[in-house]
Design a protein around this ligand. Structure first.
Ligand code: ADP
Length: 326
């Protein structure tokens, strides 16, 4: 065990359900081990503005079920500059903070890695992003809840699609990652799923929609926002041009995918990762990310997590989409 006495925790970048259970685990595990735990408000902006407060066991009471993050989050351009990093370091130093836990995505990790290298301050990253697009963890915090939210919406749209015999295009989050689209599509029985990782030609999509052995009267197509054919509106327009008889509607789910009470999976994952991050700091680890690999918690180099792109789409799910939609 190292001689660290005081640590800070922050959430940064895009918020994700499960951040609160994770903060709770960091605070309580830290206090259990005799550490002082400081909460930093609004991510790296709070480090620079010295917007931090001492936390205790009760600071994190009754937050397990809350979406968002009690520490707030922000995007902070100043942290990309040397002067911002310097201010952040001075504030940490003045408060006697000897280790930092950051919960966020790859941007957050990039900042943390750089900061830790320049100022030699131990840092552990926790993957918190609904996109599930980080190397080193099978699942990121918030992905499961966001997927469940999409499935719930999809079920409701299915009712109205069926009642009116319509073709719906539903756009979900995922600029570079089709993870939400694929899982939600399989769970909600989508007729087709358009993913940034895979090219789909419009004529191929139309062929698939027509190819059911017993012709379907309603269909749902999930479009990840990063799909190369464009957004759901563009694709819907192209399909309508090819098949004017289709009654086509579009729904963009947008930011509602970020909110809501974290699922039990994300609560447990957040708790495991927060607990593991504190233990990693105490064990003298730095510039590592804690992640879930095959249902065990493992450490990966932050640098590797930032620079490596992992193909996260399950091949069997990709194969089954068209088959289960016949
Ligand atoms: P996410 O962590 O969800 O990927 P962002 O990409 O917005 O979200 O990154 C969150 C924050 O991390 C940024 O607002 C910025 O403060 C910090 N950050 C990102 N890239 C760098 C960098 N190259 N150097 C320092 N800080 C960075």
């Amino acid at each position: 065990m190292s001689k660290i006495n005081k640590i800070a925790v922050l959430t940064s970048g895009g918020d994700a359900p499960g951040m609160n259970p994770c903060i709770r685990a960091v605070v309580r595990t830290g206090i259990f081990h005799g550490l002082q735990v400081v909460g930093v408000k609004q991510g790296y902006q709070g480090l620079i503005n010295n917007n931090m407060y001492d936390m205790n066991e009760r600071s994190v009471s009754n937050i397990l079920h809350l979406g968002g993050t009690i520490l707030k989050t922000a995007r902070c351009m100043e942290f990309k500059e040397e002067s911002g990093l310097e201010k952040a370091y001075q504030n940490l130093k003045n408060r006697g903070i000897e280790g930092l836990i950051v919960i966020g995505g790859d941007g957050t990790f990039t900042g943390a890695e750089r900061f830790s290298r320049i100022y030699d301050i131990p840092v552990i990253g926790i993957p918190g992003t609904i996109d599930n697009d980080l190397y080193g963890s099978d699942f990121t915090l918030g992905f499961d809840t966001a997927t469940n939210t999409v499935v719930e919406a999809l079920d409701k749209i299915r009712d109205t699609a069926d009642a009116h015999d319509r073709l719906f295009f539903i756009e979900v989050m995922g600029r570079d990652s089709g993870c939400i689209a694929l899982r939600a599509g399989v769970a909600g029985g989508a007729e087709a799923i358009l993913l940034p990782e895979k090219e789909t030609a419009i004529d191929e999509l139309i062929e698939n929609l027509k190819s059911g052995s017993n012709k379907k009267t309603s269909s749902i197509v999930i479009v990840a926002e990063g799909d190369k054919n464009g957004g759901a509106y563009d694709i819907a327009k192209k399909v309508k041009e090819h098949v004017p008889s289709y009654d086509v509607k579009v729904t963009i789910l947008g930011h509602l995918q970020r909110g809501g009470s974290p699922s039990s999976f994300d609560r447990v994952l957040g708790s495991r990762l927060g607990y593991a991050a504190v233990n990693a700091l105490l064990n003298g680890e730095t510039r590592k990310m804690v992640g879930l690999k095959g249902n065990t918690i493992q450490l990966a180099e932050l640098e590797e997590a930032i620079s490596t792109h992992e193909f996260k789409l399950e091949p069997d799910l990709l194969d089954m989409v068209d088959i289960l939609a016949i």
